[in-house]
Ligand binder design. Structure first.
Ligand SMILES: [Zn+2]
Length: 368
């Protein structure tokens, strides 16, 4: 009998791209193609873009996000949201989002956006939601024609500084059977605690609905504590600052504070977005990013893109960079992927089917 020689599959960008991936934290208005921004600006008569050259515009987005200036970072979203104010634009952006993710090997994604930011012209909140759902349907269909299967759910975001969270929560529940799988709040953490939106969270809990909260990105432990213990969040958007509740001694031993222990014991999913955190200064570099320590301690870590356009990243680049920085192999990449799939807001049977029929068989081949 000839022995079968197993050649390990190298962990390269191309192989990671082909592997199934799961994305839970990605903003619709942070993932447009630069060409699309330019074309939509033209048809929608949006005149404030810094340049009409798609290549220059792409570079402008990443450098503005890299600048360390919050004003410039926020300006990038003024442009993307500025060109997403009519039905055709929203359908196109959502369809391309699904296609781009599917081409990147993402098999399940939860994409979030704030409907209240897209009603500057003619659209109402319901029309915004319906346009985006239609876009995801179209994009999923086109991706399948190209041989890339993806399932996309969406999360409706309410802005922390605004006062429409209850209305947006009701919107999320209204469209729960049509592809909206949950709710989120986003925006500046400091000065706008999640407890301002308690009535929205109480309503969602009464409706047996799911939600995540951007917490512990720039702001520390109180924000995480409020999101979990006052609001009842199912997941934490970022949650990086949970490391403030860990004490590392000289010998490398780690002691968990009560909140960190709660997060780990309860398997609260952390939607970590390394590239984005480096741009906003929540982490100095990838090597110093808490994702390394939190993974070692087996928190429920998931890896995400946050804003693909502003960070110039993809699920493939995030996972490949992480693997190369921390020495992860295929088994670790499978762990991140299964963690994310377990933490998704769709039903248990669908999550299980994706894990057992799509993710595990493919990683079994890669792990060898
Ligand atoms: Zn985010």
């Amino acid at each position: 009998m000839t022995p079968v020689i197993q050649i390990p599959v190298p962990l390269t960008y191309e192989h990671v791209r082909a592997a199934p991936k799961v994305l839970l934290h990605d903003h619709l208005d942070g993932g447009l193609r630069p060409t699309t921004v330019v074309e939509l600006a033209e048809t929608g008569r949006y005149r404030s873009l810094p340049t009409a050259d798609p290549e220059e515009l792409g570079a402008w987005f990443t450098s503005a996000a890299d600048s360390g200036s919050l004003e410039r970072y926020l300006e990038t979203f003024a442009h993307t949201v500025g060109v997403m104010q009519d039905r055709a634009a929203l359908v196109r952006v959502a369809a391309e989002c699904a296609e781009d993710l599917a081409a990147d090997g993402v098999v399940y994604a939860e994409i979030r956006y704030a409907p209240e930011l897209h009603v500057e012209r003619a659209l109402g909140l319901d029309e915004v939601v319906e346009a985006v759902l239609e876009g995801f349907r179209l994009g999923t269909e086109r991706a399948a024609q190209d041989g890339n299967r993806i399932r996309v759910g969406c999360l409706l975001t309410a802005m922390r500084h605004a006062a429409r969270s209850r209305e947006i929560a009701e919107l999320a529940v209204r469209y729960r059977d049509d592809g909206v799988v949950g709710f989120d709040i986003a925006g500046a953490e400091a000065g706008f605690p999640p407890t301002r939106h308690l009535d929205a969270f109480e309503y969602l809990r009464q409706q047996n609905s799911h939600f995540t909260i951007h917490a512990g990105e720039a702001f520390g432990l109180p924000s995480i504590w409020e999101a979990l213990q006052w609001c009842g969040a199912d997941r934490l958007g970022h949650g990086v600052r949970i490391v403030d509740d860990l004490t590392v001694d000289g010998g490398g031993g780690v002691t968990l504070g009560r909140l960190a222990a709660y997060v780990r014991d309860k398997r609260i999913p952390l939607e970590m977005c390394p590239s984005s955190n480096i741009q906003t200064g929540a982490a100095k570099s990838l090597a110093e990013h808490p994702v390394g320590l939190l993974t070692k301690l087996r928190f429920r870590v998931t890896v995400n893109t946050d804003n693909r356009l502003m960070s110039g990243c993809s699920m493939t680049s995030e996972l490949t960079d992480l693997a190369h920085t921390f020495g992860y192999g295929w088994a670790d990449l499978q762990w991140f992927t299964v963690n994310a799939m377990k933490s998704a807001f769709i039903g248990f049977d669908e999550r299980l089917a994706l894990i057992n029929d799509v993710i595990k068989p493919r990683y079994a081949e890669l792990i060898g």
